[in-house]
Write a protein that binds this ligand. Sequence first.
Ligand SMILES: Cc1cc2nc3c(=O)[nH]c(=O)nc-3n(C[C@H](O)[C@H](O)[C@H](O)COP(=O)(O)OP(=O)(O)OC[C@H]3O[C@@H](n4cnc5c(N)ncnc54)[C@H](O)[C@@H]3O)c2cc1C
Length: 387
Amino acid sequence: MTEQSVTADVLVIGGGAIGLSVAWRAGERGLRAVVLERGAVGRGTSHYAAGMLAPVAEVTPGEEPLLELGLRSARLYPRFVAELAQAASVDSVGYTTSGTLLVARDADEAEALERELALRQRFGLPVERLRASEARQREPGLAPALRLALDVPGDHAVDPRMLVPALAVAVAAAGGEVREHTPVAGVALTGGRIQGVVLQDGSTVRGEQVVIAAGVWSPQLSGLPEADRIPVRPIKGQIMRLHDPAGPGLLQRVIRMGPTYITPRGDGRYVLGATSEERGFDTTVTAGAAFELLRDATELVPGVSELVVDEFAAGLRPGTPDNLPVIGPGSVEGLHWATGHRRGGILLAPVTADLVAGALVGEALPEEAVAFAPSRFAALAVGGGAS
Ligand SMILES: Cc1cc2nc3c(=O)[nH]c(=O)nc-3n(C[C@H](O)[C@H](O)[C@H](O)COP(=O)(O)OP(=O)(O)OC[C@H]3O[C@@H](n4cnc5c(N)ncnc54)[C@H](O)[C@@H]3O)c2cc1C
C-alpha cells in the first residue's frame, strides 16, 4: 500500500458547504486542513440548495435544539460572509437580507398559519402578522387572492453556488488545500486512534485528525468503528431554477407556503422548491413534481409563469432519524463528524464550522451541542443498525 506525501493536521472528507467551512475555520485556527473531494467541490447536495437561512420559518415542534443552533448560525452569517468575501477576494457571495413571507391562500391554510404564528410567538421569535393587502404592499408580485401572511424579517438567503467556490478559495488562503477528484474509501485506524484515510486507489493519506463531512454518502466510508455507524439517509428534493428576462423586481423576499418556496437571488434569478421524498439515492426528476411546484408557485406569484426555466434537478438532503445534525468528536481519538444537516446545511455551515474547528484544537463542545453528538447513535449501531 502506497502512502501519499501530504502533511495535514486535519483531513476533511467531502468538499461541500460543510467540509469546506470546517476546513476554512480550522485553517484560521492554525491547523493545516486538506479537503479530499471525490469529484469537483460543491457538486454534492450543496449544489442544489436554495440557500434559505430560515431558522424561524422552519421552526418545528420537538426540534428546539435545532432552532437554537439555526438562530445562532443565522447571527453568525453577516460576519461569516464578510470574512469569506475578503478571504476569497470576491465582491459578494450572494447574501441577501430581504426577509421572508409565509403566506396562506385559503381559509384552511390561514388557520394553519395562525397556528404557525402562535408557535413562533411562544418561542419569542420576531414575526409580524399581515393582512393580505399589507403583504401585497410589501410584495406587489403576490396574487390578489391571498388570505394571510406572516413577515419573518430575519430569515434571509445566500447563493450556495457563490458561497461554496468562495469557501474553496478561502481554505487555500488559510494555508489549507482542496484536492478534487480524490475519492476516499474509508478511514485508517490503528490502536483505537485515527491515522488518516485510505483513498479508493488503495493509497493512504496520513492526518492527525479526520473530519467526516461527506454528506449523505458518509455512511459508505469503510473502516468506521461500530459506535460510529451514523444512520444518515438521503431525502430527495426536486428543485427548479428560473430567471426573469426582464431582470430583477418580481419579488424581494423569500415567499413560502408549506413546503413550496420561491427564493429570489436579487438579480432576476429565482429558485423554486422543493419536494421531500424518501427514494434512496434516486435523483431523477418527474413531471408531477414540476407540475405541482409550478402550480403552487404561480398561484402565489402569477408572474412566475413568465420566468424562463434554466434547470430542474434533484438533490439529496442528508437526514438523520431525529432530524438533527451530527456534529462533534466520534468514538475514537482524532475522528470528528460534521454531517446530517438535512434541509439546513447552508444555514448551519458557520456554526458547524466553529464547533468542529473548536473541537479540532481541543476545545470541549458547549453544553447545548450535546444534542448533536454522534454518540447518540452508538446504541442503535450496537443494537444492529438503524433504519
Ligand atoms: C432541494 C434542496 C434544497 C435545499 N435548500 C436548502 C436551503 O434553502 N437552506 C439550507 O440551509 N439547506 C438547504 N438544503 C440542504 C443543504 O443542501 C444540505 O444540508 C447541505 O448542502 C449539506 O452540505 P454537506 O457539505 O454536508 O454535503 P454535500 O454538499 O453533499 O457535500 C458532501 C461532499 O462529499 C463528497 N464525498 C462524498 N463521498 C466522498 C468520498 N468517499 N470521498 C471524497 N468525497 C466524498 C461529495 O462529492 C460532496 O461534494 C437543501 C437541500 C436540497 C436537496
